[in-house]
Design a protein around this ligand. Structure first.
Ligand code: TXA
Ligand code: MG
Length: 328
């Protein structure tokens, strides 16, 4: 784009004129960060290979890691993917919402979007501003999470402004994300269907519809298993997942504790982040990335996270914490 703004304009995502302007920017090949119910996305025209190339550059994202196309409905989804019959109930029940489906791609999808794979990731977000933006753009929006590659995903417009504000055209501020962890990724290109990433849609809710289901729980640096990088969603500060009593605190060590419930001995820690006082995993997921960012900004020696039960959204939370704690 000729008229690129050096500093992103931050606009109210509920303002119809801001949405129109954002859609024009995307149609001209620019980049706009926008709210979804999961995390903020960094959007580009999904049919414009050059615009998507800039997405990768701005995020410093490896070209081998494909991005999700965001659409408004099943009709728009079928422009980009060939959906098997077995996907129709899923789309009906879970779209709009935090479920991404991997299916065979159509020729309309540039190779850079799928990193050369024959499959494509597609979802319908439920945030009204995301839907309004895609509708106004009149095409799919390719959008990874709006963070530098490997770091924690943004759940507020301010997070995006701090990290990418100098390299994109516009940020739509739609307030804090309600789900707070990324979408669940389900590959319909595998048989049986396979969960590639635990996320905002609980695996337990998919089982009754799909019956047989695999959960990919490994990790890899291999391009054939994108999105499964061992270290990801990472803080700068070292994070360890430890049960109460296993911390081995060193005298003078400045430690932050991330926990679901209030801790028994809060005075041992420099700071305490309680994800949900009532133990609600939905509330905990919504608070997770914000809490990690706050801890990461405090120059701590170490962050200790308490493990939580891997049920419902607990699976997605533990997946993020494990990748954050992985070294190298
Ligand atoms: O909730 C979300 O999914 C957010 C919001 C913005 O929609 N987006 C998001 O995008 O988390 P990103 O790029 O951070 O993660 C997308 C993941 C990547 O791990 C990528 O490897 C995987 O989706 N993916 C994309 N296309 C794929 C494909 N064809 N096969 C396997 N994995 C794919
Ligand atoms: Mg991401």
């Amino acid at each position: 784009m000729e008229d690129v703004l050096p500093i992103a304009e931050i606009a109210d995502a509920s303002d119809a004129r801001a949405i129109e302007k954002a859609a024009r920017i995307i149609r001209r090949g620019g980049l706009v960060a926008f709210p979804t119910e999961t995390v903020y996305g960094l959007g580009a025209d999904a049919q414009n290979a050059q615009a998507v190339a800039r997405l990768f550059e701005v995020k410093a994202r490896p070209r081998l890691d494909p991005v999700i196309i965001h659409v408004v409905d099943v009709e728009m989804a079928s422009l980009y993917g060939r959906f098997p019959e077995s996907a129709s109930r899923l789309m009906k029940q879970f779209w709009p919402g935090p479920l991404t489906l991997i299916v065979e791609k159509t020729p309309l999808v540039p190779d850079i979007v799928t990193a050369g794979l024959k499959t494509v990731a597609i979802r319908v977000p439920s945030h009204p501003a995301a839907l309004a933006l895609i509708s106004a753009t009149e095409r799919g929006i390719a959008a990874p999470s709006a963070n530098p590659f490997g770091y924690i995903s943004p759940t507020e417009a301010q997070h995006v402004a701090e990290q990418l504000g100098n390299s994109i055209e516009m940020i739509l501020d739609g307030g804090p994300c309600t789900i707070g962890v990324e979408s669940t990724i389900l590959s319909m290109a595998d048989s049986p269907p396979c969960i590639l990433r635990a996320g905002g849609t609980a695996v337990e809710d998919l089982v009754p519809i799909l019956g047989e289901l695999k959960v990919f729980s490994g990790s890899s640096q291999h391009p054939q298993a994108p999105g499964q990088m061992k270290r990801h969603y990472a803080t700068q500060t070292r994070l360890e997942i430890l049960e109460e009593g296993f911390e081995k605190l060193v005298p003078g060590e400045k430690v932050g504790l991330l926990t679901l419930h209030p801790s028994l001995k809060p005075e041992k820690y420099a700071v305490l982040e309680v994800l949900s006082p009532s133990g609600n995993l939905r509330e905990a997921a919504a608070n997770l990335f914000r809490a990690l960012r706050r801890l990461d900004a405090m120059s701590l020696d170490r962050i200790i996270a308490r493990p939580l039960e891997e049920k419902g959204l607990g699976l997605a939370i533990m997946d993020r914490l494990r990748r954050c704690s992985a070294r190298g």
